[in-house]
Ligand binder design. Structure first.
Ligand SMILES: Nc1nc2c(c(=O)[nH]1)N[C@H]1C(S)=C(S)[C@@H](COP(=O)(O)O)O[C@H]1N2
Ligand SMILES: [Mo]
Length: 506
């Protein structure tokens, strides 16, 4: 079977490598990959459970999902908010379990950083050492050979040991596909779900068929990884378990198979226990885990997400979503209800804090400023999207007028209180994001006055950011040097209450 073309030439090389065994860096990379892949799958399931529905197009229209993982129905005929759609994820399956989108994301991003570093290191060494010859087929004959192996397994036989060099052809093909196709596919479909990426490279998301398509493909890619894992582990067990564990753990298959099996199983047990312990810690001490993971995740997210240049997303009127989903509890304070009764004629936006010129702007004043108009895809942190057309005043204009002091680094966007107890929704944004052209205060949505559920009379739009930053029912903007002195000190209501990260471009 292996006697033709390039494979024959490689035969002796592979044989030498098989004799030398697998180098230690390769074995270490294999285990690190296992640890973080498990964390990625677990935290990915956590993220999915915050909106457990998958869609083809970016309207996320209720009822059009192609897959759903909840028995809940989306209520019709009343105002519902998307946060109600979050379901509890079981801790044995998800990291950390429960309703924990914020921490699930922290675990996901933490794992991505190390999984990718490990992957890059692995591929570099693969080519630097010649180990790639084991993995990358160099002859088309790999396909018929792999088919032959497949048929062998299908008829409940194991290929003879002579066909493992050290991999059988099917195995080699499967490994090469996972490393060089499936891995990058998950990175690409993951990156496409970031609003910072989506607004900077609209063509890239369009190429994948849109954000919901990317999200669906990301999910299917995860399933493919799980399927690979199941078959991979099953074959390791079925085709001479001791010898295989010798390869995997010790890098040689001749001696000490008992030691290899025991230490391999111990490593797997330790990893699984590690998932349990870190999940438990996240549930018992969420703030501590949020801050600990933030130390690594936050700087990376900031660098990736703050230096983007949003482009026109290329939508036209016909792309606008028939129903734009709603999130967030409507304000009920007496002050807000009074303003609403008078159609917001007495409304004033206060601009204050570390500014040379504090402002007090009526809707008429705002409407007289040079407006911007955008058609954009709103990207909720939960995963749903809706497309809308907005008109408003760029934050750049407000900054020119109020002139923040040099020490101002963030703007706090304050919402009208939800209730008379003074619970006030707020979020912070870095000044660099306020300077972006697609960060603006919207007063029109789809050519109409902003509807109350979407934030009347004025809301923030920051198209490179996730939806939770776009404060609705805006009453004040405050420039500050640091958000750590504001409220819970984590940079916003969702950061304080739901452990989201302050950086929201991804
Ligand atoms: N005041 C206030 N603004 C808010 C929220 C909120 O709860 N209160 N939720 C945010 C979240 S999580 C999202 S996804 C968007 C939703 O905007 P939409 O209702 O117009 O779709 O509003 C954001 N602005
Ligand atoms: Mo959201």
């Amino acid at each position: 079977m292996m006697g033709s073309g390039g494979v024959a030439m490689l035969g002796p090389v592979s044989q030498v490598m098989a004799d030398l065994g697998f180098p230690v860096w390769l074995r270490v990379a294999h285990w690190i990959n296992f640890i973080f892949l498990g964390l990625l799958i677990r935290s990915g399931i956590q993220i999915l459970s915050s909106y457990p529905r998958l869609y083809i197009n970016d309207h996320s229209e209720p009822g059009t999902e192609w897959a759903k993982f909840t028995r809940n129905d989306i209520p019709t005929g009343k105002l519902w908010i998307t946060r109600d759609q979050e379901v509890e994820a079981p801790s044995w399956l998800a990291q950390p379990g429960g309703k924990n989108l914020g921490l699930g994301r922290h675990w996901h991003f933490f794992s991505i950083i190390f999984w990718m570093l490990n992957g890059v290191d692995y591929v570099v060494l693969l080519f630097a050492t010649g180990e790639w010859r084991r993995l990358i087929p160099t002859s088309w004959s790999i396909f018929p050979a792999a088919l032959h192996t497949f048929v062998t397994y299908l008829t409940f036989h194991v290929p003879p040991q002579s066909e493992f060099k050290p991999y059988d052809p099917l195995q080699q093909l499967a490994y090469a596909t996972v490393v060089f196709v499936l891995g990058p596919f998950l990175m690409v479909t993951g990156a496409a779900q970031s609003p910072a990426v989506g607004t900077s490279f609209p063509w890239f998301v369009r190429l994948l068929g849109g954000k919901q398509m990317a999200r669906s493909l990301h999910f299917l890619g995860m399933l493919a990884f799980v399927a690979f894992l199941v078959v991979h582990v099953a074959l390791v067990v079925m085709t001479d378990f001791g010898r295989n564990m010798g390869d995997i753990v010790l890098g040689q298959d001749h001696t000490n198979q008992g030691l290899a099996v025991v230490s391999g199983l111990a490593l797997i047990a330790a990893t699984v226990i590690g998932y349990g312990v870190t999940s438990r810690a996240s549930l018992v001490n969420p703030r501590r885990i949020q801050l600990a993971l933030d130390a690594i995740v936050h700087p990376v997210l900031r660098v990736l997400a703050n230096r983007v240049q949003p482009k026109d997303q290329g939508y036209s009127k016909s792309d606008i979503s028939p129903t734009f989903l709603v999130n967030g509890a409507l304000p009920h304070s007496d002050e807000f209800l009074r303003l609403q009764q008078n159609h917001f004629a007495e409304y004033r936006l206060e601009v204050k804090g570390l500014v040379e010129h504090p402002l007090n702007l009526s809707l008429i004043t705002l409407a007289a400023m040079e407006p911007v108009e955008y058609m954009t895809r709103h990207e909720s942190i939960q995963g749903w999207t809706s497309i809308g057309a907005w008109k408003g005043v760029p934050m750049r204009t407000i900054i020119e007028q109020c002139h923040p002091f040099p020490e101002a680094r963030y703007a706090i966007f304050w919402s009208f209180p939800n209730d008379t107890e003074g619970n006030q929704f707020y979020e912070s944004l870095d000044l660099s994001i306020l300077q972006q052209p697609q960060t603006y205060l919207a007063y029109l949505m789809n050519d109409h006055d902003l509807p109350v559920p979407h934030g009347a009379p004025l809301r923030l739009r920051a198209e490179t950011q996730l939806g939770f930053k776009m404060v609705k029912w805006l009453c004040a903007i405050e420039f500050v040097a640091d958000y750590r002195t504001i409220r819970g000190g984590n940079g916003g209501s969702h950061e304080d209450v739901n452990y989201y990260d302050q950086s929201a471009g991804i």
